[in-house]
Design a protein around this ligand. Structure first.
Ligand code: SF4
Length: 222
């Protein structure tokens, strides 16, 4: 059985989005297909990592009893789709996928095993990633039938066109949009007033929108 490099496995409290406060087991995969400007996640396999095959990872995951769910995170977990197809049938834990929502075809391969999708919408103004909307559109189309919400990390450069594009996607697929200001350490990089104004701009176009900063930074957990 093939082994894969996993960056780390740890229990913590979900600090983002509508599942904030739930205890999860985080399984962090190495590698990502994007390079977002604000990314501060250590996911490279250059230094520390642990090697697991699908059975070993399932044994490790199944030994945790007090968690709400297992968060597959990264990096981009869907880059390891062949491994996921071996691993996911071996656990009955609830699976929460954190993804950059650009790899629709890979998602489709593991869709039956995913309970909750936390999908990013990448804004060029905050990430530097261009034209991501067409990838997200295809991705959300594949998410039909699975609980899905979209996380939008923004800074003070967000444009009206980006707000409109996000609301069009939200409406088209009936998904909740979660606005998350870019943080520097435990501080928001925008003022509370600005964040509230951006929330209002979204709400003028689409009602299913919330503003939730990264709570784990206030809790001082990972
Ligand atoms: S998609 Fe996520 S892990 Fe990948 S570069 Fe962007 S923020 Fe970092």
């Amino acid at each position: 059985m093939n082994k894969i490099k996993i960056k780390e496995i740890f229990e913590s409290i979900q600090g983002e989005g509508p599942y904030v406060g739930y205890k999860q087991l985080f399984v962090r995969f190495c590698n990502c297909n994007l390079k977002c400007n604000y990314c501060d996640t250590e996911f490279s396999s250059d230094n520390d990592y642990i090697e697991y095959d699908a059975c070993e990872l399932a044994d490790a995951v199944n030994s945790y009893n007090t968690i709400h769910s297992v968060s597959l995170t990264g990096g981009e977990p869907l880059l390891a789709v062949d491994f996921l197809k071996d691993f996911l049938p071996r656990t009955d834990k609830k699976i929460y996928l954190e993804t950059n929502a650009t790899l629709a075809d890979k998602f489709e391969e593991v869709k039956p095993f995913i309970d909750i999708v936390s999908a990013d919408i990448k804004l060029e103004s905050s990430t530097g990633i261009k034209d991501s909307i067409k990838f997200h559109d295809k991705f959300f189309d594949k998410c039909r039938g699975v609980e899905t919400f979209a996380k939008i990390v923004f800074n003070n450069e967000i444009t009206d066109e980006e707000i409109n594009n996000c609301c069009v996607l939200g409406k088209k697929y009936g998904i909740e949009l979660v606005l998350q200001p870019v943080m520097e350490n435990d501080k928001m990089t925008v003022t509370s007033e600005y964040a509230a104004q951006i929330l209002d701009k979204f709400l003028e176009k689409y009602e299913n929108v919330r503003l939730i900063p990264q709570v784990h930074k206030f809790l001082d957990v990972r």
